[in-house]
Design a protein around this ligand. Sequence first.
Ligand SMILES: *Cc1c(COP(=O)(O)O)cnc(C)c1O
Length: 495
Amino acid sequence: MTAGAKPDAADRSPTFGGPDLDPADWEAVRAQGHRMLDDMINHLQGLREEPVWREPPAALRAGFREPLPAKGADLAAVYDRFAAEILPYSSGNTHPRFMGWVQGGGTVVGMLAEMLSATMNANLGGRDHMALEVEQQLVAWTRELFGFPAGASGLFVTGTSQANFMGLLIARTRVLGPSVRKAGIREAGERLTAYASAAVHGCVANALDIAGIGSDHLRRVAVDENQRIRLDALRIAIAADRAAGLRPFAVVGSAGTVDVGAIDDLAGLAAVARDEDLHFHIDGAFGALGMLSAALAPRLAGIEQADSIGFDWHKWGQVPYDAGFLLVRDGDLHRRTFSEDAAYLRHSQKGLAAGDWWPCDYGPDLSRSFRALKTWFTIKTYGTQALGEVIARTCDLAQGLGRRVAAEPELELLAPVQLNIVCFRFRGADPDTLNEEVVARLQTSGLAAPSLTKVGGKTAIRCAIVNHRTDTSDMDAVADGVLAIGRTVRAERGD
Ligand SMILES: *Cc1c(COP(=O)(O)O)cnc(C)c1O
């Protein structure tokens, strides 16, 4: 607006006519907001009746593109487009028959909490406000859950990819000292190597890449028949690298591998890390929250000895995206890996710039959203017992599907069911393309959405049960669907 000109309400959204962005008519926004909230609650309530996934039609995609709008539209009209063109074409991970990859289902509590945190519009980089107390409460609860000491630090991050990256940067500080932050890795004159099982998630190699250490310096150690890292092979790999003049600095354990849900021998890894003076990081993206279940926690024994753990509240914890978390045993080392001394971020003794915990000292992000609130609401509202029971139930459902697969002559289990993931295939000629076709048709039918992976070189249908809404009827539906579609494809191919 040029100086002196009046705001031209006709050029503005009808709901927002004034010079600022608050409504001209709050009652109209209130009514529209209530409609939107009702619709969203109805949507979650009726999920099961909807297809898991619909491919966005080409015409819809094309029609969605438009030039940058100079003039505003009515909020109701913008919302109608969301309701017609965006919401129905989601990836489906809220749906009980979504079993692809490893994705959480979210909850209505998390949805409502997101509305509250958007209202506060809090920036959790630092300063002195109650939102930081909420995040600190989550840090304390996480310490308690994993048996970490009082000096342990933690914070929310986007996801475990970021948490693993930060964990490895902390490991780098541990071995080379904070001076590496200024001088760079080359000046340190050490060739660092890290170790993980061959089944480790790809983000760990990426982390070494972006940390400047190089993904070639991740040693992918052989696994046993259950996809768990072989400790003997690990010790041999470390010794070989030392003999070659390299500097082993970190070992990454997997608490729930992405392919089959294998949990490494975490206590065994802790012992190797201690003997070899390595930083012990755990990628517990979904599996670490198995600690919430009395039935699963014993299988994670040794997790309390980790130097750092990356995991996601947004997978098994059912908190809406995104809500990754990093927990670090040595809070001081954590701080020395990230803190900056910029004048505009200086903490004061009094006033809003006080506060002794500034998350921007513990990670690469300055502005940060209030991820802690939806997590706090989730834990307070459901309690850890119910959340743990949901986790245990997803494992029971996976066992049930595993038994069904074993009992069906046309199906073949490709890996033992260890946790919440079932890898299997439909038998037939050219099984790789056959199973790719089965999964594609299952997804496009909207009936269920498993994903694909390779197990021992074989293409597998992979059902990862993460969503709290999934029940036995969904497991029957996916098995029945694979059998029906598999038979159709086999018949079409004439075998
Ligand atoms: C999902 C996953 C990751 C990556 O976590 P994001 O939250 O998607 O960044 C890493 N490791 C494992 C084992 C995972 O399942």
